[in-house]
Design a protein around this ligand. Structure first.
Ligand SMILES: [Zn+2]
Ligand SMILES: [Zn+2]
Length: 198
């Protein structure tokens, strides 16, 4: 398979995770809708239409990032709720962020106040989860997704896309080198992990 083959949407199987540069989003390929490819956010949500010729298979990193964002938005449905978090006693970071927020509030700078709140909430989720009664998560390998192997030519940037076996990557390299004479590759291995509630 050549690189141009992979960018043709009709060749994506339903369920393939693809990257849409127009929206800068990763989604699951659902099929064609007229001239458009129909994509769905990972973890569900409203589908959107994308130009099929601009799509490519998402890299393992992009897939993981999108999966983590989807998991986060499920775990923290109240992420944008309006109430302001209180600083945790004896935590310098909490005190700093709360001071920033109080300062912004005193200046009637609503957007700076919101920013400080967001940072404070994020900091507290990360460092004070047990104290706040938030769920803690353990990082475990995702057994439903095997490791993925990928390589790209450092001379022309052509890429193999994610493959299930190292042999498939090597086969792609062999073909690319025969075709182009390019011989330098960057190789990556990725595995998937899930943050599971303890
Ligand atoms: Zn703190
Ligand atoms: Zn090349």
């Amino acid at each position: 398979m050549t690189e141009s083959d992979e960018s043709i949407a009709s060749q994506f199987e339903t369920g393939t995770v693809v990257y849409d540069p127009a929206s800068d989003k990763v989604g699951e390929y659902r099929g064609q809708a007229g001239p458009y490819a129909l994509l769905r956010p990972l973890g569900g949500g409203r589908e959107w239409e994308a130009r099929p010729e601009s799509l490519r298979t998402a890299t393992p990193g992009e897939r993981l990032g999108a999966a983590v964002r989807a998991a986060n938005s499920r775990s923290f449905p109240g992420a944008s709720e309006a109430h302001s978090p209180a600083p945790v006693r004896d935590c310098a970071a909490c005190a700093d962020l709360a001071a920033l927020r109080d300062d912004a509030r005193a200046r009637h700078d609503g957007s700076a106040e919101t920013d400080a709140d967001v940072l404070l909430r994020r900091h507290q989720r990360r460092y004070h989860a047990p104290l706040l009664g938030l769920r803690e998560y353990a990082l475990v390998p995702d057994v439903s997704a095997g490791a993925e192997y990928e390589t790209s030519c450092t001379e022309c940037r052509a890429g193999s896309g994610a493959r299930q076996r190292p042999a498939d990557v090597e086969e792609w390299q062999q073909g690319h080198t025969r075709e182009t004479g390019h011989a330098r590759y960057r190789r990556t291995v990725a595995d998937y992990a899930v943050l599971a509630a303890r």
